[in-house]
Ligand binder design. Sequence first.
Ligand code: ADP
Ligand code: MG
Length: 348
Amino acid sequence: MPENPAGTIDVRNLVKVYPGGTRAVDDIDFVVNEGEFFGFLGPNGAGKSTTLKILATLLKKTSGRVTVAGHDVDHAPEQIRRNVGVAMQTAGLDDLAKAFDFLTLQGRLYGLRSPMARERASELLELIGLSSVAEKKIGTFSGGMRRRLDLVATLVHHPKVLFLDEPTTGLDPQSRFTLWDHLRRLNAEEGATIILTTQMMDEADRLCERMAIIDHGKIVAEGSPAALKGQVGGDVVTITITQPESPEERDALTVKAQSLADEQPYVSATARVQDGLAVTVQNGGAAVPALLRLLSDSDVPVSNLSVASPTLDDVFLQHTGRMIRDEETGGDEMNNAMRPWLGLSDGG
Ligand code: ADP
Ligand code: MG
């Protein structure tokens, strides 16, 4: 049997049933290639952490076959641990330690000699943009800084594979964006294969080359963000109707516009939104002039018209019939507003 390259992950028929009987992971298969940035996207309780813990040899699987960095989790957990970095949700940092000392100690724990450990600590602080606070106590750091430090602490031994369990949960938007930048650099500059779990659509979308969407312990979709969104089919055209004074008139205009749009062969769905209509079409570029002409010929005054692509929210919705709800996904008003326009939900 050929050995897998050091940075790859191969998961076959993985099942995890907890002692209480919960089937947390229900027969999943996936492969992550060397150097890839791979996302595991799913709501709370989907089985993300369970999967990651099994891959990181922190938890025993019920059945299936898992190799990480070329080693089987059952036969060679020690080799795997030497080749992976793990940042789980409940990480502990020593508030009293200085950042530089903390990282140096981590290096020593991983068997680096003192000068090497110090060199690596400096390098990592630089990588994560914390060189200027190297001599500050960790207790004085912001949440985002702690998360970054915690992240590089997993890198002291140059792991080939990095497991990150919801690394930005609980961070404010600015800190999340900063961390995203650093994650991209870790992937590019350290060449590490990264598996990241998240409940946040935008995070998976921005960071991951490929992802698996997991729900109730099963992978319901897999692919690049672009491919997954492409599968939803089509674009969404938002039409804002110039609003007359009376509510009755407004209503009549919208109803008229909607029934006109519904009759067009290139329209696959319509939904009423604030001040107008959302129309799902095969090809936004072709549909826009056609829709404009149609409405103008029928005396429906249009004040604005825009085209947007489906989001990962719509992908999740299509595959599960539900939406990932997560209060942390703060900046998603736009995505939420888009949803009914896709004809994928009644907005409920
Ligand atoms: P996620 O990380 O996607 O939120 P988890 O892997 O933590 O999901 O959990 C998946 C399922 O397994 C959930 O139903 C959860 O309640 C259950 N679970 C997680 N850990 C344990 C455990 N130690 N014992 C029993 N059930 C667990
Ligand atoms: Mg989890």
